[in-house]
Design a protein. Structure first.
Length: 85
């Protein structure tokens, strides 16, 4: 089985195939997970830019921090605390 077929097998649980995922410029998965989801793992293998739920969580938290305090959010510290990276 070649690499593309392995990707298609992994993506089949998501009702996707590698041709569909590879056609996207970016894949965003809102799931909060310490390790990449199957969707993000396969998208990265196909060279597609990705954003995961923890990154979104940190960005939302940073914006909330700024709204509540009027101070710049410590985005790097917030991302590190969320496990983004």
């Amino acid at each position: 089985m070649d690499g593309r077929n392995n990707l298609d097998e992994a993506l089949s649980t998501l009702a996707l195939d590698s041709d569909v995922v590879a056609s996207y410029e970016q894949v965003i998965d809102f799931a909060y997970a310490r390790s990449p989801t199957a969707l993000l793992t396969q998208a990265r293998r196909l060279g597609v830019a990705t954003v995961d739920g923890l990154d979104i969580l940190a960005a939302q938290g940073g914006l909330s921090f700024e709204l509540w305090t009027g101070e710049p959010a410590p985005f790097a510290a917030m991302r590190a605390a969320a496990g983004v990276g």
